[in-house]
Ligand binder design. Structure first.
Ligand code: HEM
Length: 537
């Protein structure tokens, strides 16, 4: 505990750029801490607001709370804390009470039994900026606006027929990536970069109807031109801003440069969205005037443009009752572009990692796909339903490495009681699906990668089995699940069909790092480097 406090104090001094002698804060801090804790307990106890709350771990530092317990990978730290404290724990993150659920049972209460209590999102500094003040779907509070967007997207964007209509884009991009990798046969390929680039191109075409500039794999060396931008956005969306924890510390975000980073990345993202919307409008006008041919399936942008009014400001009603203006359209496009790229890339990256560390599973998956595709030379989406083992590999990857390990933060709308504990309105809710996927009451030998565990098992990731929740559940379940999964299955089947994969010379399975980075989407910390070769005919 003492070490934690000193570490916390040091990080605080760093954040504040404090350059004076360390003895001053080291002496003053314990005194301040003691007085504040006393006040907190006396006042809190008197008003009874601490009664029946879930257990809380360790030292809560007034104003900072338990922030120091999160570490660099909060989902792993929270998993350890819940192993000691129980399935439902309460942390004060700054001044905000935060409840963390870490078992299938508590997740079921939040996502099913009391879904209407827990289906809102908090207003956070970064998500509010990127979503143009919550005009999107993912970060909107639970309100009429969210309901309209959700109904509209389910009908027009994520419907099975729309997803199917975009299959040529996915097949072309995957084929182009396979060709690019073939050109590097026998040399080391950065698979993490390549899969990010692949899904960036796929999503860009599905969302905006064209390839990004510099998106050719040869041109960009298989590193997406948007790699840095997307990584920065994902990092800041998941990061904890001091303003959201203790409003009086908002200035710390400025001092440590996060406000500047947020603004710069928002402006860069907005510029992309602005340009694509403007181009989409021109394209639409040309098509309506009959001066250009439509050469790509209807992209999401085109669908949204059909629902903008002529003067574009007020939007118009359609059968789904959607009022849409340009800013709302940009907010929704941001959700799709950002929400669809990094998540899918993370799944494929981890799946390849797990297969490299488990050669038997790799062999089985390759045997299956090579037997099903035979000499056809290329995998098509229509083949995917025959790849049962591959689907189990993906499920197992999603269990061990859910791309959003804490889902997206939720906010409790009204007081609720779970397992006898009071969950106060306005509390933030984190569901640790990373921990849930390792619950020994549901998973045998949970740390081992064993796709066979799903053989004949009804357990799915559709949101009804609370031990496997990579897409969340309840009203806020990921609407892009079908779109994301089909892309991952196609790319993975093609990678396994077209190449044998080896580790770079001198590396062994044990050298493949499993370290994770944290953001709203969780990635490998180090890139995965592999050597592809073409299998003998
Ligand atoms: C394998 C790929 C994907 C994974 C693992 C994934 C995961 C998630 C998760 C965990 C959530 C939060 C659910 C909750 O709070 O309960 C979510 C929400 C969301 N996802 Fe995905 N996602 C994927 C692909 C996609 C794609 C391809 C799109 C769009 C093109 C997308 C768009 C969204 C949106 C808009 C939301 C917010 C829904 C709401 O709040 O109503 N996702 N996703």
């Amino acid at each position: 505990m003492a070490n934690e406090s000193v570490r916390f104090l040091q990080s605080l001094m760093d954040a504040l750029n404090y350059k004076g002698p360390p003895s001053i804060p080291l002496l003053l801090f314990p005194l301040l801490l003691f007085v504040c804790t006393l006040l907190y307990l006396v006042v809190g106890g008197k008003h009874g607001h601490m009664k029946n709350l879930p257990p809380t771990p360790g030292l809560s530092i007034p104003l900072f709370g338990h922030f120091h317990l999160l570490g660099s990978t909060p989902h792993i730290s929270l998993h350890r804390l819940s192993q000691k404290q129980g399935p439902l724990i309460r942390l004060n993150l700054g001044q905000v009470p935060t409840i963390v659920a870490s078992t299938p049972e508590t997740a079921a209460k939040i996502l099913k039994t009391y879904d209407t209590h827990f289906c809102s999102r908090p207003s956070l500094t970064s998500t509010s900026r990127y979503s143009y003040g919550h005009l999107d779907m993912a970060f909107s509070p639970y309100n009429q606006h969210w309901m309209k967007l959700r109904r509209f997207s389910n009908a027009h964007i994520f419907s099975p027929s729309r997803v199917h209509s975009l299959r040529a884009i996915r097949e072309q991009e995957v084929e182009a990536m396979v060709n690019a990798i073939s050109n590097k046969s026998g040399t080391s390929v950065n698979v993490s970069d390549a899969v990010m680039c692949l899904f960036n191109n796929i999503m860009f075409r599905e969302v905006f109807g064209k390839r990004p500039e510099m998106g050719e794999y040869a041109e960009c060396g298989m590193r997406s031109p948007y790699h840095e931008l997307i990584s920065e956005v994902i990092f800041l969306m998941g990061g904890f801003f001091w303003k959201d924890l203790s409003p009086s510390f908002a200035w710390v975000d400025v001092v440590r440069g996060w406000r500047g980073k947020l603004e710069r990345s928002f402006q860069a993202l907005d510029a992309v969205l602005e340009q694509e919307v403007a181009e989409g409008m021109k394209r639409r006008q040309r098509q309506e005037a009959g001066t250009s041919e439509k050469d790509e399936a209807t992209c999401f942008l085109d669908v949204l443009l059909q629902h903008l009014s002529d003067d574009d400001q007020n939007g118009k009603n359609d059968s789904a009752g959607l009022q849409l203006n340009t800013v709302e359209a940009k907010a929704l496009l941001m959700n799709m572009f950002i929400g669809g790229t990094d998540t899918s890339a993370s799944v494929l990256d981890w799946a390849m990692t797990d297969l490299m560390r488990n050669p038997e599973a790799m062999q089985k998956a390759q045997d299956e796909v090579r037997q099903v595709i035979g000499r056809k030379g290329i995998v098509k989406e229509s083949d995917l339903h025959q790849l049962h083992y591959l689907k189990m590999v993906i499920k197992e990857t999603l269990r061990l490495h859910p791309p959003a390990p804490l889902l997206l933060q939720r906010e409790c709308l009204k007081d609720a009681t779970i397992d006898g504990y009071r969950i106060p309105a306005k509390a933030r809710i984190l569901i640790n699906v990373w921990a849930i996927g390792r619950d020994p009451n549901y998973w045998d030998n949970p740390e081992s990668f064993r796709p066979e565990r799903f053989e004949g098992s009804p357990t799915s990731y559709l949101g009804n089995h609370f031990q496997l929740l990579p897409f969340g559940g309840g009203r806020r379940i990921c609407p892009g699940m079908g779109l994301g999964i089909v892309g991952v299955e196609l790319a993975m089947a093609s990678f396994l069909y077209s190449f044998n994969w080896d580790l770079p010379a001198g590396k062994s399975q044990g050298d493949v790092s499993m370290e994770e980075s944290f953001g709203i989407v969780c990635h490998r910390k180090e890139p995965l480097l592999l050597v592809p070769s073409t299998p003998a005919a």
